[in-house]
Design a protein around this ligand. Structure first.
Ligand SMILES: [Zn+2]
Length: 289
């Protein structure tokens, strides 16, 4: 069954070619410039819960990076926090209700959120309170393209994140990594990283990059079908909604929410702004939209 919202999502230059799964995991296969892309209709909070419940029901044991064994039916749930700590908290709460622990990777050098702000700290500590691991999401594009420079950067950023969280950082995940870092065997900054062969090629790897299962739905992944270990990467921003939504619309909504946070902070910190706009300013009408 293809939902109306998926239909909107696919009002592109692509043609819905066939439907290969129905049920909670409605998946449509489409062809985009010759690449077969799997699109799930269930990128919602309920969809995430159902997906994890399904995986656990298949006998998978959800483990952290420290315990993961490529030879066992182990599942690593990894979340790269590219945009929102608040969205991460919603996913973390669902996992806590399911009594499982995942790994959350936090960017430090980003314009999207501030893990050291009052609100950021609140979200991070609630995620940690559920027992989830906090790791570093390292944006390699900000550093020279050389292993020593990257190693020094990882050490410095891990130290900073440890100060922010008050706990040790044991795992690093690269943000938008260059191809040569995928499957890179060495540690980074004296720590394991999520693209080491042990986690990346010795076990199945599946990601929801750009808000779609671009390399196939996890339930169709060969490792999953064979019951082998899997590292599943999801980005909470794509799941933080009650009903399926176009990825761009999701990001526009996120942008509006961030604007609200900024407006409230301006009012709290600047009397003339507060006197004109109020303590909780209504959204501005923008000319560029
Ligand atoms: Zn990232």
């Amino acid at each position: 069954m293809v939902s109306a919202s998926l239909g909107v999502h696919l009002q592109l230059s692509v043609r819905l070619s066939s439907i290969c799964r129905s049920s909670t995991y409605d998946v449509a296969s489409r062809t985009d410039e010759g690449i077969n892309i799997m699109v799930a209709t269930d990128f919602t909070l309920a969809g995430y819960r159902a997906l994890v419940e399904n995986l656990v029901g298949r006998g998978y044991l959800v483990v952290g990076y420290g315990e993961a064994d490529p030879a066992a039916r182990h599942l690593i749930l990894r979340h790269d926090l590219d945009m929102s700590l608040e969205a991460a908290l919603r996913i973390a709460s669902i996992e806590a209700e399911l009594a499982i622990k995942a790994s959350y990777f936090v960017l430090l050098r980003t314009e999207m959120y501030n893990p050291w702000s009052k609100q950021g700290q609140k979200h991070l500590h609630r995620i940690m309170g559920f027992g989830h691991e906090i790791g570093l999401h390292l944006d390699c594009s900000l550093y020279p393209d050389d292993p020593d420079a990257l190693d020094r950067a990882a050490i410095e950023e891990c130290r900073t994140l440890e100060a922010v969280t008050g706990t040790s950082v044991k795992t690093v995940s690269f943000h938008r990594p260059a191809a040569q870092l995928l499957g890179w065997a060495e540690q980074i900054g004296g720590r394991r990283h999520t693209y080491q062969p042990r986690f990346y090629s010795d076990m199945g790897y599946c990601s929801d990059s750009r808000g779609a299962w671009r390399h196939g739905h996890p339930l169709d992944h060969p490792a999953m079908v064979e019951g082998r270990a899997v590292q599943l990467l999801t980005h909470p921003i794509w799941w933080n909604r009650a009903a399926p939504l176009d990825p761009v619309a999701t990001l526009d909504r996120f942008r509006d929410e961030r604007d609200g946070v900024l407006a409230a902070a301006l009012s709290a910190n600047c009397i003339p702004y507060r006197e004109t706009r109020g303590a909780t300013p209504s959204p501005l009408k923008r000319d560029d939209e």
